[in-house]
Each structure stands twice: as C-alpha cells, then as structure tokens.
Design a protein. Structure first.
Length: 264
C-alpha cells in the first residue's frame, strides 16, 4: 500500500483503525512519519475546512508494531472564533503509542506581514547523488522515498558539521500532496546528529513540533522538496534540531523542530 492508500484506508474505516504493513517498518516499529500522518488525518476530519493546520506537537510514546491494528482517536479540545485546538492519539493493544496536539486556525486580517528568509543555495537535484535503498542496511520504509543528499555528511561518518539535508519526494504517485504527506516526507531524514557518530547506532524522535506555512503552496506529486536541518545542541544522548522545508522555487513550506534520542 502507498502512503495515500493508507491514509484512505483510515478515512474509510468506521472504527478509525488501520494496520501498517511490514514494508512501512523502521526497525521493529512502524515508520513514525506515517503514524503521525495517520493521527493527523483523524484530527483533520473533525475540523472545518476553512481552518488549516498551523502547528502540530507530536510525542512518540512507544513503537507501533507493523502488521497489527492501530486505532486513531481524535477529539476537539476547544473551538474558538478562529482557532480549533485538537488532540489526537494512536493506540495499539490498549496502549497509547503517539500523542498529537494540533492547532488549526482560520486566517484573520493583520498589519503584520513579513516574508520568509530565502531558501539556501544548494546543488540542484540533478547534481545530487540519490541515497540508495539497500535491503538489510536502510530502514524498510525508505524504499517508498527518493532522497538526494545536498547538505552536510552522511550518517556515521564522524562529521563535525551542524547542518544536514537535501532533496526529497515520494517514489510512487501519491495523488494530491497535502500536510499529511509533508509529515511523511519530513520524518524520512535521519536525525541530524547521526553524521557525528563513527559507528552505526540507533536513534529516534522523542518529540516533534512542525508548523505549516499557510496557505500551503501547491505541490505536485512528483515535486522535489528541499530539507535542511541544523543541530542547536546535543549532549547526554539527546539532540535538539531545527529544520525548514522549501519548494524547488524557494517557497517555504514548513518549519520543524525535533528532540531526538541517540544511543551512541
């Protein structure tokens, strides 16, 4: 099943239940970007269409097991004149696996208007080497994405650079791209602290906050997006990183922050 098909499977389920296949695994767990996207999808269905998502605060509580049913729950915490506050959760075997708090807000008139800073200048997609999918070496879910390195060094290369990133897109036709797909794309990148390691070691997202620029720029299903992450601080097995996502023409799409755990 493609990313879009899994989103549709949840939308069509009267019990808001979906089973993530093994080919969307990340080690022993289901791919976190997909889990977050499915919870978001459940939240989005309860919010009026004229209130786009502004920000999501995501906590990965436990690993979702592929091949087993996962339930998505969503509830409205408060609905004001312009902003709806939502809570979403993923459960499996009675246990909470992921919590998402979301803010959805309608546009309002304001004298404050400031464009984003320009996107960084990096090598074009055609000049970047695509990270190959090697079974048994890369996470299984990576086979669904095309990733081309353009900034910084690869994981486990004893790098001293703070920045890491490049170009990304889905490999398969996902139809129209929206915020749920952006969640799937942004989380495809390994934690920015991994290039600082000499040897392979596990790492995972602990918390993740992502803000969506609204109105969202139009995205085609074959468009490349540019991702650049920077390490703000790392110590004692935790790293704090910030990242931004742009369209190929330099239009800002999303702003992301993560706290990651690293076991090395």
């Amino acid at each position: 099943m493609t990313f879009a098909e899994l989103l549709s499977a949840l939308a069509d389920s009267p019990r808001q239940e979906v089973t993530i296949p093994a080919h969307w695994a990340q080690g022993r767990a289901a791919y976190g970007g997909l889990v977050a996207a499915l919870v978001y999808q459940g939240m989005r269905a309860l919010v009026p269409a004229d209130r786009p998502v502004r920000s999501l605060a995501i906590t990965f509580v436990g690993p979702v097991a592929p091949g087993e049913p996962m339930q998505v729950e969503a509830q409205v915490l408060r609905e004001g004149k312009a902003v709806t506050q939502m809570l979403g959760m993923a459960r499996q075997n009675g246990q909470i696996m992921c919590i998402v708090q979301g803010s959805f807000g309608a546009s309002r008139e304001s004298v404050v208007s400031l464009p984003s800073e320009p996107a960084p200048q990096v090598k074009p997609v055609s000049d970047c080497i695509e990270m190959p999918y090697v079974e048994g070496l890369n996470p299984v879910f990576l086979q669904h994405f095309a990733v081309r390195w353009a900034v910084g060094d690869l994981p486990f290369t004893n790098s001293k650079k703070r920045e890491m990133g490049g170009w990304m897109r889905f490999r398969e036709d996902e139809g129209s791209i929206h915020e749920a797909h952006i969640l799937g794309l942004v989380d495809v990148w390994p934690p920015a602290v991994l290039p600082h390691l000499k040897h392979r070691a596990p790492a995972s997202s602990l918390t993740w906050t992502i803000e969506f620029v609204q109105p969202q720029p139009e995205l085609g299903n074959t468009d490349w997006l540019l991702y650049r992450a920077s390490i703000d601080h790392a110590r004692d097995g935790y790293g704090h990183t910030s990242a931004m996502v742009w369209r190929e023409d330099g239009t800002l799409v999303a702003i992301s922050r993560q706290t990651v755990t690293v076991f090395g």
